[in-house]
Structures are given as structure tokens and as C-alpha cells.
Design a protein around this ligand. Sequence first.
Ligand code: NAD
Length: 250
Amino acid sequence: MSNRLQGKVAVVTGGTSGIGLATAKRFAAEGAWVFITGRRQAELDAAVKEIGANATGVQGDVSNLADIDRLYEAVRQKQDRIDILFANAGGGEFSPLGAITEEHFDKTFTINVKGTLFTVQKALPLLRDGASVILTGSTAATKASSAFSVYGATKAAIRSFARNWMLELKDRRIRVNTLSPGPIKTPGLHGLGKTEEEARQILDFLARSVPMNRLGDPDEVARAAVFLAADDSSFVNGIELFVDGGMVQI
Ligand code: NAD
């Protein structure tokens, strides 16, 4: 490690598993103080232990605005600023058009669209001038795939958020970029199947749709997040960075 984030304060929502946990570990290893969120206290405690001494866990759901307020109150009390905000928490339901329910629609939009919007909006008073905001998109916003239409629509909204907020925040030199993973081996991806066998088939199919013929590792996304967070990307603004083994190019 080269201490690229030495002395910075980072917030990672959904930091207890998958991409969020891998990124929180990288941020901490690069010298940042990291606040992570997660919905379940036990998982949060385990993740904080794994990240190390310079991590704080704040239990909460990004769908709930009071929980987001509590997160930033904790940041205010401990560090009083944010240099890096990684709005990573996300997920949802996956069904083909005929099977989409109102509940499925509401849940997916609430976590990904409402959650991201208020995670960033409520951070504004704490975000330092020159901060880096990283939103989480997905190749699903760009590529057609059965059962992903609602999820893909939420991730398309994220791209729009990033472009608009980049402009709105330019006077504070806050950069806003979207990090869009392809299929990455995380508990979230594994949960796509209703059975072990179905999950295996989905993972095989996804791996074959990547030109590199494999799934990505959470740490491969984390390393790209470090780039967007650090001064290495000081003139990179409003982009969508795909970490997908070339998937969106075909
Ligand atoms: P994961 O399920 O392994 O981890 C998700 C994390 O988000 C967990 O810490 C979970 O507690 C948290 N979370 C979920 N809903 C939340 C909520 N409402 N409030 C607070 N925290 C919540 O998932 P992952 O695969 O690491 O996904 C992380 C992000 O990357 C998501 O935004 C997902 O849409 C996106 N993404 C993942 C993939 C992939 O293949 N894994 C691909 C593209 C995009």
C-alpha cells in the first residue's frame, strides 16, 4: 500500500459484505478512517473487526432517512467531515416483466434510487470541498438481460444522478463518478438463485457473458474505488468506470 488516502475520512454504505467490505478494507489499508453501514449489528461488528482499528460501524438501512441522519451524526461527532463517500449499498429483486410486483418495484427503487439520493444529499454539509463521491452503477443499466429490467432502470438513474450532481457540486470542486461493476462474486450475486443449483447456473451464465470468461472479485472493484477516491483521479469527473472484464463492450 502507498497510503494514498492517508488522513482522509471515508463513508462506505453497505460495508459489511461483498464490494463494500472489500472497498472499506482497501480504504483503511490506504490510510483512511472508514465509517461503514450495514443493516444487521452482528455483521457490522464482524466487518469492523475485519477492517481494523480505524473503522467505525453505524447500523442502519439506507431506505430509512432517520438511519441516514444517524450515520452522519456519528460522523459529525467523530470526524466532522467526509473526504470520500462511496454510496455502495444496493440490491433489489430480479424478475421477468410478467412477474414484477409492486413490492418488488418499490423495494428495488427505494434501496438503489432513494437510498443513493439521500445518502448523498444528507452528506452535503459534511462533504469537504474537493471531496470524491462515488456512486454504484451496474452493467445492468447498459446491457439487456432477463429479469434485470427494474434493477437496470435503478442503475440507469444512478448514471443520471452522477452527471447532474457533478455539475451542481462543481463550485465546491466535489467530483462525482459512477463505478459500475459487471458480475462480481459476492453474496449479493450468489443470492440470485432460489436454489444452490439455480445460483450455480446463473453464475456460470454470467461468467460466460464476460469476455474474460470469469466473474470479478470484489477486490478488483475495490481497487478501482481507491483510484476514484484518491488524488490519482483528480481530473476524473462525471465518468462511468466499468469494472466488468469488458462485458459492456460486446
Ligand atoms: P452484497 O449483497 O454482497 O452487499 C451489499 C451490502 O449492502 C451489504 O453490506 C448489505 O448489508 C448492504 N445493504 C443492502 N441493502 C441495504 C440497505 N437497504 N441499507 C443499508 N445497507 C444495505 O452486494 P454486492 O454484490 O457487494 O453489491 C454492492 C453494490 O454493487 C450494490 O449497489 C449492487 O447493486 C452493486 N453491483 C453488484 C454487482 C455484483 O455482481 N455483485 C454488479 C453490479 C453492481
